[in-house]
Design a protein around this ligand. Structure first.
Ligand code: AQP
Length: 325
């Protein structure tokens, strides 16, 4: 099966991105043909500093490899280097009703947040994402819960296109984890963990042990004393239990049993230790890669060439079907 997914280069990759998306990628690359992209064009839809973009993109390439994406097994590349993404996005603009875009949850939230800079890119973001996915004749898109609606729209766009112009695109399936698809903020468990929020609300994949401990010990939990998974009544503890379970490969029941007669402080201390240990190999690998920029850039260039071959084949067909010469 062909798998496609990506992360925006804005901010720092956090454990929400890792547990919701990247951890699945690492598992999927063993048996599938995987294409993983750094979606820099998407990052232009919100205010950003052009002088910092280059470093942010390189940082994400390093993060992918440090977190376990193997360039021998997967294609890793930068979206803006494969021009077909922007080209297909325009063509898909012409088959997508505006109403399908204005009802997207992320658009509604971001339109409120960026009232002063409401550019058309923010509205058309899901079309570019559909182009990303459909260009590669993707079978499966592993993402976090927040991106599910966008993948569903990509499926709708693909079906609409195929009906109007003839069979062209594969209809991709979305793959969302049962547990961990929406890791919540450490400061506000009612809100998803987000790169654009304050650093205390997330754990970066590369935070130092001391920072991790501090963030976990001061994370917002619920009233009461028991360590019990109950997302509606105990969202804070349930979120921490989810993180604990996914990073330790222990079931939530096992962890609940381990802390049956213990309090929040003991639980948080043990969680901090688990997170520090689980992220240690990523920190080590990242340090090594930081001094090998040429190597990382070469991986991106090779990835770009491999991605172009697939993207150009799809585009030839799309152009022909749409009557372009
Ligand atoms: N909190 C989360 N829990 C689980 N999965 C998550 N993802 C994001 N946040 C969580 C998944 O990570 C992948 C990459 O996300 P993205 O870079 O495309 O941006 P995003 O979804 O908008 O993530 P952020 O961190 O919230 O960024 P900002 O603050 O810039 O909006 C996706 O598969 C996403 O579902």
């Amino acid at each position: 099966m062909r798998v496609f997914s990506g992360v925006q280069p804005t901010g720092t990759i956090h454990i929400g991105n890792y547990l919701g998306a990247i951890k699945q990628w690492v598992e999927l690359q063993e048996k599938n043909e995987c294409v993983f992209c750094i979606v820099d064009l998407h990052a232009l839809t919100v205010p950003y500093d052009p002088l910092k973009m280059r470093d942010l993109v390189l940082e994400k390439a390093i993060a992918y490899i440090a977190a376990g994406i193997d360039p021998e097994k997967s294609i890793i590349f930068i979206q803006s280097q494969v021009k077909e993404h922007a080209e297909l996005a325009w063509l898909l603009n012409c088959v997508t009703p505006v109403g399908d875009l204005t009802r997207m949850t992320q658009y509604k939230e971001k339109a409120k947040k960026f009232k002063q800079n409401l550019n058309a890119g923010l509205l058309n973001y899901p079309i570019l994402m559909a182009a990303d996915i459909l260009l590669y004749q993707t079978d499966m898109v592993p993402v976090g819960e927040d991106q599910k609606q966008h993948v569903e729209l990509a499926r709708t766009i693909a079906r609409k296109f195929n009906q109007r112009f003839g069979e062209t695109f594969k209809i991709p399936e979305v793959k969302v984890r049962k547990i961990g698809a929406k890791i919540m903020s450490l400061r506000n468990p009612a809100k998803k963990m987000s790169k654009s929020d304050e650093p205390e609300s997330y754990i970066s994949l590369f935070d130092e042990p001391e920072e991790i401990k501090k963030k976990i010990m001061s994370s917002v939990t619920d009233t009461g004393k028991t360590i019990k998974y109950n997302p509606s009544k105990k969202p804070g503890i349930s979120n921490l239990l989810t993180i604990y379970s996914l990073l330790s490969d222990k079931s939530i029941e096992e962890i609940e049993a381990k802390f049956k007669n213990k309090g929040y402080a003991d639980f948080k201390k043990s969680l901090a230790e688990t997170v520090v240990n689980a992220l240690e190999p990523f920190r080590r690998k990242r340090k090594e890669l930081l001094s090998r920029e040429v190597y990382v850039r070469e991986i991106m260039s090779q990835g770009c060439r491999r991605a172009q071959v697939i993207a150009q084949t799809t585009m030839q067909d799309v152009r022909k079907k749409m009557g372009l010469i």
